[in-house]
Write a protein that binds this ligand. Sequence first.
Ligand code: FAD
Length: 434
Amino acid sequence: MKIKNDKNCSWINDLNPRSNIKTLNSNELCDWLIVGAGYTGLSAARKLAQLQPNKNIILVDAQLAGEGASSRNSGYLVDTTLNDGFTSNKDIENYKKKTNIYDLGIKTVKKFIKEYQVSCDWNETGKYFASSKIVDEKLLINFSKTLTRLGFQNNFFYNKELTKRLGTTFYNVGLYTKGGILLHPGKLVRSMIDVLPSNVLLFENSYLKSWQKIKNSILCNFKNGKITANKIIFATNGFLKTLGIKKNYNFPLTLTASMTRKLSDKEFQSIGKPKEWGVLPVRPMGATIRMTKDRRILIRNTAEVHNPFSMSQFDLDKRSINQRIGIKKRFPQLPEDIIQSSWSGIVSRSRNSSQIFEKIDENIFVAGCYNGSGIGVGTLFGEQIAIKASEQHTKEIEIIESRNKPNWLPPQPLLNLAIQSRLIYERIRAKSEI
Ligand SMILES: Cc1cc2nc3c(=O)[nH]c(=O)nc-3n(C[C@H](O)[C@H](O)[C@H](O)COP(=O)(O)OP(=O)(O)OC[C@H]3O[C@@H](n4cnc5c(N)ncnc54)[C@H](O)[C@@H]3O)c2cc1C
């Protein structure tokens, strides 16, 4: 198997291509192997190298480092989310635990970008949970009560004010939450690659085919080589299941997104020159849509069960047409052919929206399954799993470990049937918001 990505993601194309790419073509021994070089694996490698400077650490990725979901997301570093079952006060304690983790995630990314002077278009602009359907006000009122109880500043806006702020008349009700950051995901993950310490050896385009624990070592087979490691951290997120890890607790979903070219002065004027903003849907399958600071519009309006290893150009084009319609609905004055790029990416989900952070066996650790909110949580979990694996303890680990653990999932084909029917149901409910 090979992970085959489409080559057309604007966030990646914004960056200079990297050189000096090493691929595994030999047999290696190491103290630590980290599999997966997205936010999680890169953060784990950075932290582990700091904590254990005399150990040799190998980090591998099946594709170019950082070019999985970590470069392909919408760039919302969230403090709160709505679409994960916490819409009433009933579950407030669990919701609080969840937001505590988001908060730690934001702090971890903030500390990282300060320490390494990272420029990733960081903007503490807050975000909107918005809908074209005024009936969704009910859901938002409930959510607003929960947020207020937990001390998150939030305000309601309606069509006229939303039009001014967002440049579209589409939305009729929106709850603005002050926390949350918009950023350039590709720049953030690239900076994590750039600052990898010298005791981390990175092999890219090196797909881990199989692994097994033999006595005290972990033997890992790649196409052109083997790595024997004393200890291992799995950070493959949407691909945990394909490696047989926590396979009854997480499943992959494929998301697709599109980005327009930069709007011209005239086009930008026609939508009222709004400042950078981000909208999250009130209904789970509605569109995430964002105006970047350099006047591009990003839209993500799919989530589906699909082969996580690749998406054909034909399939991607179909989804891109859907996204063109989503943009047209909101910005009818913009030209039809304004989309510059479309791409897919893989996320990992659990049944109860909880994450995985565990020692699964002696010397084997795993962090992942962020349910679509992995920028902050992935960076946090990467650092903290390295600390846990180094047998140290932090208050962050205590907070992470006090969360609900992911619930058990039924086996296939029941699982895919259940997910697909749920997605179809949610898609119908969100029809107007796509
Ligand atoms: C379209 C889209 C929009 C999103 N929007 C947001 C958002 O706005 N905010 C947010 O917080 N999150 C968002 N997410 C989710 C976020 O991108 C992920 O949660 C995050 O990137 C997870 O980071 P990670 O390092 O754990 O995993 P990844 O970035 O997926 O990295 C895992 C790596 O493991 C590698 N790998 C897998 N299998 C193997 C193997 N067998 N051998 C070697 N390497 C392997 C992959 O190549 C990959 O590079 C979005 C995701 C997508 C796709």
